[in-house]
Structures are given as C-alpha cells and as structure tokens.
Design a protein around this ligand. Sequence first.
Ligand code: AP5
Ligand code: MG
Length: 216
Amino acid sequence: MRLVLVGPPGAGKGTQAQYIASNLSIPKISTGDIFRANVSGGTELGKLAKTYMDRGDLVPDEVTIAMVRDRLAEDDAQDGFLLDGFPRNVSQAEVLRDMLKDWGQTLDLVLELVVDDEEVVRRLAGRRTCSQCGRIWHVEFDDKKDDICDACGGRLFQRDDDKEETVRHRLEVYQEQTAPLVSFYVEEDILVGVDATGPVEEVTQRAMEAIRPYMG
Ligand code: AP5
Ligand code: MG
C-alpha cells in the first residue's frame, strides 16, 4: 500500500500516521520528523531546514525532494509506505508521481484529514512531542501533567514552530501551496477525505475504513 496523508498543520497527520502505518505494517515517512532529527543532529541539512521551519515556510523543493528520494529508495519502502508531510505543493506531487513511475510504482491513495482552523490552533497550542521515541501527545486531550512520555519515559518538548504567529503563517502556507494538492489528486482519482474531528481512535477507524477498499 502506497499512501499519502494531506491536511493542515495540526490536523493529526503524525498522530494518525503512527497507527495507520502500524496497522498496515508499512514504514511511516514524515518529512517534518526527518528535518527535525537533522536539526537536533546539527547536520548541514538541519541548519538549512531550520531557517525555513522556524518561519513556518516550506524548505526548498530540491532539498526536500532529494531527501525523500533517498528515503523511498531504502529497502523497507519497496513494498509500501505512508508519507506524512510530503508532497506539500503541486511540483513535489508531480516529481513524486514521475519518480514512482520510473520505479514501476504508483500511489494507491491520498487521505485528506479535514479539520477547521480553530481546532488546529487548539491542537498545536497543547502539542508535546517525545524527544526519544517521537510519540505525539496533547496536554489537555491526553491529560499530560508532567513532561515525561508515558510510552518510553523520554522527555517531552514543545516544537519551536508551534508559537501562535508561526502557526498562523503555516496555515497561510497550507492554503496557498498545499491545499491545491486536493484538486490535483481529485483529478488523479485517488483522493478520499476523512473527517479528522473527534477522538483519535474514531479518526483512525474512519481512516482505516476509507483505506480498506484500496487494499490489494
Ligand atoms: P511538519 O512536521 O509536517 O508539520 P505540519 O504539516 O505543520 O503538521 P504538524 O506536524 O504540525 O501537524 P500534524 O497534522 O502532524 O498533527 P499532529 O498529529 O502532531 O512540517 C514542519 C515543517 O517542516 C514545515 O513547516 C516545513 O518547514 C518543513 N517541511 C516538512 N515537510 C516539507 C515538505 N514536503 N516540503 C517542504 N518543507 C517541508 O497533532 C497535533 C496535536 O493535536 C497533537 O498534540 C495531537 O496529540 C493532537 N491531536 C491529534 N489528533 C487529535 C484528535 N483527534 N483529537 C484531539 N487532539 C488530537
Ligand atoms: Mg506532524
């Protein structure tokens, strides 16, 4: 199964990706996570990406595409993958389509997680991420009173780009650059929208029901 998750910042892409990828036994490839790992590792890629991420802008296409191409070429991605955060504009989508075509592959499905802006701001303001296992938590919805990950004991942190004004800019970038992907994939006839409001488990159930007809 080759799957893409699209949706505004805070829609729950990373949260749902953990469960969907594990249900389908495919690797979860989150471009935001790969960039953040490079930022904490102090790599050249991380230094470059950080200047864009801190503003809430997209990292330039050539850098992002090269990184995704390398990741998709790895062994574990040959029989399927779940992309979270890529593609993020129409030119990335065109490159992905052509790259997969060269490898004799096609995307099976693009899931669009649908939530409104008000919910996005609520979700991002309370988000905490585990520095050790990457698991995503929410202070209010998961009733997190300490900053320790209940899954692995690691320390939780708040993302630099979750400041209110950066969130607002990320939403604008989404509307301008990423939202056009919806009609791109409607035309390719592989887009399915999923209501991403309500409890996490219900969203996962809706997503799995949407995926089932596309499973080989
Ligand atoms: P990225 O890390 O992809 O950020 P994003 O798209 O803005 O999305 P988020 O990770 O903020 O939200 P999410 O949808 O994953 O929500 P989550 O599950 O965490 O990208 C960051 C940056 O990297 C970009 O700005 C850009 O600079 C760069 N970048 C990445 N990819 C790129 C690309 N392809 N090209 C160029 N640049 C790129 O959930 C949010 C919160 O809500 C959590 O606290 C969670 O616990 C909670 N929550 C989730 N679901 C629910 C629910 N159902 N009910 C209640 N709370 C919930
Ligand atoms: Mg995410």
